[in-house]
Design a binder for this molecule. Structure first.
Ligand SMILES: [Zn+2]
Ligand SMILES: [Zn+2]
Length: 103
C-alpha cells in the first residue's frame, strides 16, 4: 500500500495532463482579471479622486464644481453612485455656487 501511493500519484498526474492544462489556463485568466480589477480600483482611488468632478449646472449655465448635498464637500464618484468625502455616505451632487441639485 505504501509503495503503491506514489505510483498512483504519478499515474494521476500523467492522466490528468489536459485537465491541469485547463486549470493553468483558468488560473492565468483569473490572475489577469484580478490585475485588471486592481488596476481599475487604483486608478479610481488615486487618479479619479484627485480631480474635482465638474458638471453643468442648469441654473448657472456653466461647468461648476459638484459637491455633496449633505455636507457641501467634494464627492468621490463611482460607477453607479457618488459618495460624500466628508461623511462617507452616499449622496446626490449639488452645484457649488447656487447649492441646487444637479440632474
Ligand atoms: Zn449652479
Ligand atoms: Zn456628507
Amino acid at each position: 500500500m505504501i509503495i503503491n501511493i506514489p505510483l498512483i500519484l504519478i499515474f494521476q498526474m500523467n492522466g490528468e495532463d489536459s485537465f491541469e492544462g485547463i486549470c493553468y489556463y483558468l488560473l492565468v485568466l483569473i490572475i489577469i482579471l484580478v490585475i485588471l480589477y486592481i488596476g481599475l480600483y487604483l486608478y479610481q482611488r488615486f487618479v479619479g479622486s484627485k480631480k474635482t468632478p465638474q458638471h453643468i449646472c442648469n441654473y448657472c449655465g456653466r461647468m461648476v464644481d459638484a459637491v455633496s448635498d449633505c455636507c457641501y464637500a467634494p464627492v468621490e464618484e463611482f460607477f453607479l453612485y457618488r459618495k460624500c468625502r466628508l461623511c462617507g455616505k452616499r449622496c446626490a451632487v449639488v452645484c457649488k455656487n447656487c447649492k441646487r441639485k444637479i440632474f
